[in-house]
Structures are given as structure tokens and as C-alpha cells.
Design a protein around this ligand. Sequence first.
Ligand SMILES: Nc1ncnc2c1ncn2[C@@H]1O[C@H](COP(=O)(O)OP(=O)(O)OP(=O)(O)O)[C@@H](O)[C@H]1O
Ligand SMILES: [Mg+2]
Length: 171
Amino acid sequence: MNEESKQGGVGDGFLCSTESPEETVALGRNLGKLLKAGDLVCLFGELGAGKTCLARGLVQGMGAVEQAVTSPSFIMVNHYRGRFPIYHIDLYRLDTVADAEDIGLRDYLSDDGVALLEWASRIESDLPQDRLDIFLSHISDTEREIRLVIRGKRHRDMAAEIAAAWEIDGI
Ligand SMILES: Nc1ncnc2c1ncn2[C@@H]1O[C@H](COP(=O)(O)OP(=O)(O)OP(=O)(O)O)[C@@H](O)[C@H]1O
Ligand SMILES: [Mg+2]
């Protein structure tokens, strides 16, 4: 782990892996149960890494169980209604920060709901400090490494909750 991703402090991160898309959804669902209105989840990883798959679980865990979660690639933002509003945003096609302003990104990063940002790397320098970063990477066709980094004060409690819920140690 590099210095930059340690920003949240040692003990604020978790590393795990999944062996199927279903396992990634299940992991997202467990994590989604811990999210609260105002949280921001940034998803990083190459094409096909599993960001949308994990987002599907997160949305379910936030209580939007009946709603099919699809990639918002073309329309950029999908709205779901769980325990609070959920904004699932895909920045893949975003070229400049001016575009982020164009789609009103700031409005989605508000206290009333949770934003899930795919391709958050597109606006990395512009991201709020308080957030949960999730890095996904390919290990094989069916395996993915998933690393969580909890950044900022707001998410500190989450580290303890994740450790308890998943029974895994932080990194
Ligand atoms: N362990 C796994 N976890 C998640 N997805 C997996 C896993 N194993 C295989 N897959 C497959 O990898 C693909 C992940 O696709 P997904 O759309 O979630 O990726 P993505 O990161 O959102 O890509 P994009 O950048 O195009 O939006 C799916 O086809 C899924 O079935
Ligand atoms: Mg996707």
C-alpha cells in the first residue's frame, strides 16, 4: 500500500478477495447495511473489475432490494430509493471537471443520500476528503481483490463496524 492510500491512517483499511460475482454482491450487501445518509463511496478499478457488481450489493444493502441495478454508463446517474436516496454515478465518459459541474455532481454529494461513484479516478483531485474508497482488481477470471480505505473522520466508526461485521482485521 502506498503512502497516499494510507491517508486514512493505519487500521482504516481492509483487504479481501472474492471468488465469484455473487460473492462480490454479497460483500457489497454487507457493507451497504453499514452506510448512512451523507456517505460517499468511490469505486476504483479497470474495466470489468466489478465496480457495478459491488454497487449492486451496496444498493441492496441500503434497502433498495427490489430495484435492478444496472450500469449508469450512458446516462451517468441512476437513482434508487433505499433507506435514503441512492445516487449511482458513472464517470467513465467524463472528460473534464467542467463536465462534473455540468451533471451537477455536487448536488449528489449531499447529506440526504449516499453517492456511489464509479470511475471516481476521473475527478480524484476534486473528491471530498471524507469518503470510503474501494479499489477492485482482477486476480483471475473469477477472482477479484477488493481493498477498502476509509478516509476522514466521518468514516472512522465504520472501520470498527466493518471489522466486527466481517470478522476481518484491518490493514
Ligand atoms: N469475483 C468477481 N466479482 C465481480 N465480478 C466478477 C467476479 N468474477 C467475475 N466477474 C465478472 O466480471 C464482470 C464485472 O463487471 P462490472 O460491470 O461489475 O465491472 P465494472 O468494474 O463496473 O466495469 P466498467 O468499468 O465497465 O463499468 C462481470 O461480467 C462479472 O460477472
Ligand atoms: Mg461499471
